[in-house]
Design a binder for this molecule. Structure first.
Ligand code: GLU
Length: 501
């Protein structure tokens, strides 16, 4: 094997004894594509670590990618060929994990990029999975429910036949354009084609609660976005550095995308975080009201009229893209990738860009925002809530039991016992009425949703602390620090396996 290298005007043929880099293929071709952009972010962070070049190359590479073409019958009797993919980026932990999206933009580059982001995301929040992602190239709105069911079941069947799904192999979840309905179809198809597998329910997450889903999964990504933003806003020094007062209450927020992630993030930021949602953007345009918008009323208005535009009291903004440039403290792109580019980055007015979507800021835009002193809370950390709670769902399926089932009543009784003991120990006896009220207020056992939300909050807070520490120590931006955290953890797990002694 040889490689040609040039030195001044001379050309040398260098014969190498070491194992050469693999030949360039689609992994390396698209430096400007989405996977190329993720890799640029990776490389910037890798330069801050001292892991061996080969280890870094292995972490960066997308291990497997499979493409399917299959026919489905449309409702009118015609046959259409559908294209789908599944990419498994890293097997340093198994199973691999990541969503399945239905969007016309799905292609091999996007699937590889998104699967890579999943590996880094899982590592940052200590969820023991490798990264994966799948996609089907369709606009889901153009298909009936029956057609979507046929597409989903056939896609799941292909995944099962090719060994790209299974509780210990690769576990899909919802993503853009899919939800619990599709996950139920996937689970049902998997259980039908597989052998009678004890843990079959754990082959996919994001299922309806009645079919092995976990309470709190639907809103998990949005809730995680809330916890992540809240963490970012609590440090005095950081907030002042980025030109803001500490604390989330009263901050003005613009959200792009009112899908599952954007909707729940906006609602929880408003209701629990006491922030003001001043702008909301969707495909048809955007609305702006500096006094604040009630998220559920906007959703209801959209259901009634087919559009968020003309919402009472708000100003219409022509396009979703223009909404990104509205004045606000925090901008949350919560739809698709590549919406903040070198073209519009100079015009972003927000002090914080919170990446609820995957890859909404291109790497050129990222450079501009960094130079302009805008704080970017990166996707690989901020939208990890979905996969964190998927992990809880997967554990629930493997344990074959609802979280909290064995402890809830015990905790309730325990608190009651403590109150009664306090009552006996105090000289003044509580009257029965007061005791009843106290027992009701204080003694409750955590149900599944309480446990899920508490695990999510703790995980997001802990990971933020870790990433922030790297940022401070190495004087980096948040994204690079998050990638350093991921690289260190993945490299460590390879080293612990003895793969790279
Ligand atoms: N699709 C979500 C994401 O991009 C969730 C993945 C999962 O739960 O496995 O993080």
């Amino acid at each position: 094997m040889h490689a040609v290298t040039s030195f001044a005007h001379c050309h040398f043929i260098v014969f190498m004894t070491a194992v050469p880099d693999p030949p360039p293929d689609v992994q390396d071709q698209s430096e400007t594509g989405f996977f190329g952009q993720v890799n640029q972010m990776f490389d910037r962070a890798a330069a801050e670590t001292d892991h061996a070049r080969g280890v870094l190359a292995q972490i960066r590479a997308c291990d497997n990618i499979i493409r399917f073409e299959f026919p489905i019958k449309r409702d009118d009797g015609t046959i259409e060929v559908i294209r789908g993919y599944r990419g498994e980026h890293s097997h340093h932990m198994q199973p691999t994990k990541g969503g399945i999206r239905y969007a016309p933009s799905v292609n091999v580059d996007e699937v590889m990029a998104l699967s890579a982001l999943m590996s880094y995301k899982c590592a940052i929040v200590d969820v023991p999975f490798g990264g994966a992602k799948g996609g089907v190239c369709i606009d889901a709105r153009e298909y009936s429910a029956a057609e979507l069911e046929r597409i989903t079941r056939r896609y799941a069947f292909e995944l099962a036949r090719k060994d790209f799904i299974g509780p210990g192999t690769d576990v899909p979840a919802p993503d853009y354009g899919t939800g619990e309905r599709e996950m139920a179809w996937i689970m049902d198809t998997y259980t039908q084609v597989g052998d009678e597998e004890l843990n079959a329910l754990a082959c996919v997450t994001g299922k309806p609660v009645g079919q092995g889903g976990v309470r709190g999964r639907t809103e998990a990504t949005g809730r995680g976005v809330y916890y992540g933003i809240r963490e970012s806003c609590q440090y005095d020094a950081d907030m002042r550095r980025f030109g803001m007062e500490p604390g989330l209450a009263g901050k003005s927020i613009v959200v792009q995308g009112l899908g599952n992630v954007g909707y729940h993030a906006a609602k929880i930021l408003d209701e629990e975080g006491e922030a003001d949602i001043v702008g909301i953007a969707e495909i048809e345009g955007a609305i702006y009201d500096p006094e604040g918008l009630a998220v559920d009323d906007v959703v209801e208005h959209r259901e009634d009229t087919g559009s968020i535009l003309d919402f009472p009291g708000a100003t219409n903004v022509d396009t979703s893209a223009q909404a990104l440039e509205l004045p606000c403290d925090i901008l949350i792109p919560a739809a698709l990738e590549g919406v903040i580019t070198a073209d519009n980055a100079p015009d972003i007015q927000a002090n914080i860009v919170a990446e609820a979507a995957n890859g909404p800021v291109t790497s050129a835009a990222d450079d501009i925002l960094r130079e302009r002193g805008v704080m970017v809370i990166p996707d690989v950390y901020l939208n990890a809530g979905g996969v964190i709670v998927s992990y809880f769902e997967w554990l629930r399926n493997l344990s074959h039991m609802r979280h909290g089932r064995m402890s809830r009543r015990f905790e309730e009784r325990n608190a009651e016992r403590i109150l009664r003991a306090v009552d006996q120990l105090t000289s003044e006896e509580f009257d029965d009425g007061l005791m009843g009220t106290l027992v009701e207020r204080v003694s409750f056992g955590a149900g599944e949703r309480d446990l899920v939300n508490s695990g999510l909050e703790d995980t997001m807070a802990y990971a933020y602390g870790e990433v922030r520490e790297i940022r401070e120590e190495k004087e980096l931006d948040m994204r690079t620090a998050a990638f350093v955290s991921a690289i260190d953890k993945i490299a460590n797990s390879y080293e612990q396996m003895g793969i790279f002694p």
